[in-house]
Design a protein around this ligand. Structure first.
Ligand SMILES: C[S@@+](CC[C@H](N)C(=O)[O-])C[C@H]1O[C@@H](n2cnc3c(N)ncnc32)[C@H](O)[C@@H]1O
Length: 411
């Protein structure tokens, strides 16, 4: 092993969950524990400067950063749902305005519902296969909520109200809620499924308000600036002081399907390319040739002996990670640190050393590897088993540990 790995139990956080320090405002797959970011930033004495997360998801790196005194934060993600969640968590909104809007929103809805026929007059949203995923009653009530949310003029407040809406879409659909992929409930469960959509929404709105007011708002002082964009990372030369991120650990199709998880929410909020998102994420398009250089090449060649298609998919993921690291490295200031929290997934029973790949690529781009810590993965909200053969039911343990890879820009 070229870059040594140190088992560090300090980063295990056994028994702790995301919620123990920053309750999430919305479910999201494979979130990083903010505790990891907090402790690693402290360990390397990083308490100011510009922080970048090129795969920011629901924004846990920003939670870590704020806790450590960093206030200039930049994030990117291609998944609109991820950007919505992060923006809402880290945008300062007047609590009084939120509460006033809640009151008028509620009054408008109850006034409208005095005549149930009104429901039939609302514009419906274009959702693929809508009747497969929602009952007629649920569709009408989601249309109602959406109609009044989009009457909210202030964009930040409207986004805030969209977060519980997105959770309500998921909870009131026929999706199996404990899965990240889109799977429909069994027919017998559908027969008994009749959610109170408006009731679910208001309960979620209360929870979102409670968590925002108590855990996020107090951290958003006047000088906090959080810039989050719906896009792939856009480089800026020598700009960032620290990069803290947890990238995907493989393509979305065979690992965590961020796009599928978010499809219904994204469609309900007007994203017409919602079904294409998994193909747009890292490793989403197949490479034409396999990677033949560097640490990962031998592993890919072993996979290739068994399955050429899988080897090309794996190559595609590492090609994307490679080109992203080049841009991230170029955008980091000299003396700046990169902190990547990654899992080493298994394909065809071969465990891929993503931690080594990341250290190697940063070193090729002007960085020096400082440390890699190994931590137990027990508390990460994602499956530790997946179906590497893509046959339902056939699973293997893929990842029990994850790795915190720290490098420093020296050139
Ligand atoms: C492991 S998750 C990040 C989770 C995040 N740390 C959190 O706590 O929520 C990886 C994220 O990378 C995003 N992603 C995948 N490919 C991307 C790309 N090429 N550019 C930007 N984001 C991408 C996915 O949408 C997903 O949100």
């Amino acid at each position: 092993m070229k870059y040594p790995i140190v088992r560090n139990t300090k980063y295990d956080y056994v028994g702790q969950s995301y919620a123990s320090s920053f309750p999430n405002l919305h479910k999201y797959p494979a979130t990083m524990l903010p505790q990891i970011g907090i402790d690693i930033l402290k360990e390397f004495n990083i308490s100011n400067g510009k922080l970048l997360d090129p795969y920011c998801g629901s924004g846990s790196s920003f939670a870590s950063a704020l806790e450590c005194g960093l206030t200039d934060l930049y994030g990117f993600d291609i998944n609109p749902l991820a950007v919505l969640i992060s923006k809402v968590k880290f945008t300062k909104i007047s609590i009084n305005q939120l509460l006033d809007t809640k009151k008028s929103f509620r009054d408008n809805i109850f006034e409208f519902l005095k005549n149930e026929e009104n429901l039939k007059t609302l514009k419906t949203t274009n959702i693929t296969n809508i009747e497969f995923w929602f009952s007629q009653q649920v569709i009408e009530n989601l249309n109602l909520l959406k109609h009044f949310i989009y009457e909210i003029k202030d964009e930040n407040i409207r986004n805030f109200f969209l977060v519980p809406f997105s959770e309500t879409v998921r909870e009131c659909s026929y999706t199996r809620n404990n899965e990240f992929k889109l799977y429909r409930m069994k027919s017998e469960d559908i027969l008994n499924f009749n959610p109170d959509v408006v009731g679910v929404y208001f309960k979620k709105l209360e929870d979102t308000l409670f968590n925002y007011i108590n855990f996020y708002f107090p951290k958003l002082e006047k000088d906090v600036s959080v810039d989050i964009q719906y896009s792939k990372f856009q480089p800026t030369k020598n700009y960032f002081d620290v990069v803290l991120t947890s990238p995907p650990y493989g393509d979305s199709r065979t690992t965590v399907a961020y796009g599928q998880f978010s499809t219904l929410s994204n469609e309900w909020t007007g994203i017409d390319y919602a079904r294409k998102i998994d193909g747009m994420l890292m490793g989403g398009t197949k490479a034409k040739t396999n990677i033949s250089k560097g640490i990962i090449a031998d592993y890919i060649s072993q996979i290739n002996k068994e399955d050429n298609k899988r080897a090309l998919e794996v190559s595609s993921f590492y090609n994307d990670l490679d080109s992203s690291i080049k841009k991230v490295a170029d955008s980091t200031k000299k003396g700046g640190k990169s902190i990547y929290v990654v899992g080493n997934r298994t394909v065809k029973n071969i465990q891929l050393p993503t931690d080594q790949f990341i250290a190697e690529k940063f070193e090729e781009n002007g960085f020096k590897h400082l440390k890699t810590y190994e931590r137990l993965l027990s508390s990460k909200a994602m499956p530790s088993k997946n179906s590497p053969t893509n046959k339902t039911g056939k699973t293997v343990n893929t990842m029990l540990y994850e790795y915190i890879v720290i490098c420093e820009k020296i050139k």
